[in-house]
Design a protein. Structure first.
Lengths: 303, 228
């Protein structure tokens, strides 16, 4: 394509944007709202997923075994647990170590445990099991309980199930809520951008009909309006990303250290979450712009 | 150049606008299309421009049957014809020069070609001195000249004029008709749909008369209504 024609088409597109300030502004606002909503949803969901991942590294299942088992019996249990699907790693804590750990935990009040000797105390030997998939703790426990001989040797099984289930539910909920609102807003923005462009198209229908009579192709006629849509899309994307960046950085600086010291998990960096989002947003913004304008022009090109 | 073969047009509303139209306008010819309003004159023009499809029959333009032309190809067909209308249809926020250059932009002419061609065609229609003026600063006749310049700037092989003098006083109308005649003498086929009885009578050109959708007369050198 000739450079001058390209610049002509783009120039016309920019002129359109400035001509309908009110409706352009409305389109910008709705796209901004869309992107902020999707962005907040994205940040929330990504962070919850990251917290779940961080928790997965903690021990989700602990199997306490009965006292007085022989080494071969213990090996049998360990081998059995290792053979279960979804089991990632199994580490053994002996009865002696259990007492040591308990004393360490109590620290200053360790003398409370003074009366217990190494072989005579209520703490049990245990297997700490990490999983490849945090959601499968129930399945793993079921398999452990399925073997009668193993079950006999087991005192108790503990899981951090409830926390993880809660987080998983929250993760799903956040994703569903924000993305359905996001999807709705995407449709609404497409329609509103379409309407904005329809106004310019309507104002220039005379010009369009002249273009048609002189033999302009539909693509040539459409181009400035598509440019108009793209300009709106890009501006909305830029403003949204900047606002989200500011907002997120603010939240990060306020809460990350608190969360890290109290709950031992970190928030994701802005760049971690929005690296892909920026590309998605740009495509979304441009896509909505193009789609809205093509859609709104259909009627006027039928001459 | 333009040939209608058994062309019928019935609108979706049930109105039969054209019934079995047959005529052929040769290359380089000057033809008037006359008839009262609602006679089917405009429908004929619209079918030549591919704005309306015939219900049945064939329309051959420049040797090509346009009946089944793909809509994608219509712009290229239209580039072979210049069109002017009763209401001029100029862009009010563009100068005379820009209005004409616009038609060249659209067909993706090079800037160099545009700079050479636009002044040439403006001088052809007698508007050399008014290139920088806006449509509202011009008289009706001058505006129609701009429309003519725009129609001619891409060197179409035919010129279609739909009531080109309908909004003009008789003297100006004659100026435009004489201009159309001189364009025709340069080799462009000219088809003029008109009501202007005295002009048709005096110019002694071919007259195709349509009445209630039927071509009732096709005189090689006729007047507006010599038979009626």
């Amino acid at each position: 394509m000739n450079y001058n024609i390209l610049s002509y088409l783009i120039g016309e597109g920019f002129k359109n944007v400035l001509k309908n300030k009110k409706s352009t502004f409305a389109a910008l606002i709705i796209m901004f709202a869309t992107m902020i909503t999707v962005g907040i949803g994205l940040a929330g969901a990504q962070n919850i997923t990251s917290v779940i991942k961080q928790l997965e590294n903690d021990v989700p299942v602990i199997v306490f075994v009965k006292d007085g088992l022989s080494t071969s019996e213990l090996d049998q249990i360990e081998d059995y647990i290792k053979s279960i699907e979804y089991v990632n790693n199994v580490s053994f804590t002996s009865k002696a170590d259990a007492l040591k750990n308990a004393k360490e935990k109590l620290a200053d009040n360790a003398d409370l445990l003074e009366k217990y000797s190494e072989n005579n105390h209520p703490f049990k030997a245990s297997y700490s099991i990490t999983l490849t998939d945090i959601n499968k703790s129930k399945e793993v426990i079921d398999v452990i309980n399925a073997s009668e001989t193993i079950k006999e040797s087991i005192e108790e099984i503990q899981t951090s199930d409830t926390v993880i289930n809660g987080l998983n539910k929250a993760d799903k909920g956040v994703k569903i809520a924000f993305f359905s609102i996001g999807a709705l807003l995407i449709v609404v923005s497409t329609v509103i951008i379409g309407n904005t462009i329809k106004l310019t198209v309507h104002a220039r229908r005379r010009e369009i009909s002249i273009m048609k009579y002189v033999g302009a192709t539909n693509n040539f006629i459409r181009a400035p309006f598509v440019v108009e849509g793209i300009v709106i899309g890009i501006v909305a994307t830029a403003v949204s990303i900047l606002s989200l960046g500011g907002l997120y950085t603010l939240i990060y600086s306020k809460f990350n250290s608190v969360l890290l010291s109290n709950f031992k998990f970190e928030l994701l960096q802005f760049s971690d979450i929005f690296q892909i989002a920026i590309i998605v947003y740009a495509i979304l913004g441009i896509g909505i712009g193009v789609f809205g304008s093509v859609l709104s022009m259909k009627k006027y090109l039928k001459v | 150049m333009i040939e209608f073969r058994n062309v019928n047009k019935t609108y979706n509303t049930g109105t039969e606008a054209v019934h079995n139209a047959n005529f052929k306008i040769e290359k380089g010819e000057f033809a008037f299309l006359v008839g009262s309003s609602g006679s089917g004159k405009s429908t004929l023009i619209k079918m030549i421009l591919k704005e309306e499809e015939p219900t049945s029959g064939n329309i051959i333009i420049n040797g090509k049957d346009t009946t089944f032309i793909k809509s994608r190809r219509i712009p290229y067909l239209r580039r072979s014809m210049g069109v002017v209308f009763q209401d001029f249809r100029l862009l009010p926020d563009k100068t005379v020069y820009e209005n004409v250059a616009f038609a060249m932009y659209i067909v993706r002419a090079t800037p160099k070609h545009i700079r050479r061609q636009v002044p040439m065609v403006l001088s052809l229609v007698g508007l050399s001195g008014k290139a920088k003026m806006y449509p509202h600063e011009l008289s009706g006749g001058e505006q129609q000249r701009v429309a003519l310049a725009r129609a001619l700037v891409n060197n179409p092989s035919m010129l279609i004029a739909d009531e080109p003098t309908g909004n003009l006083d008789p003297d100006t109308a004659w100026e435009i008709m004489n201009l159309l005649n001189s364009i025709n003498l340069r080799g462009t086929t000219v088809v003029v749909a008109t009501h202007a009885k005295d002009i048709v009578d005096k110019m002694k050109k071919r007259v195709i008369q349509i009445d209630k959708g039927i071509i009732v007369r096709d005189d090689k050198k006729g007047g507006y209504d010599s038979e009626l």
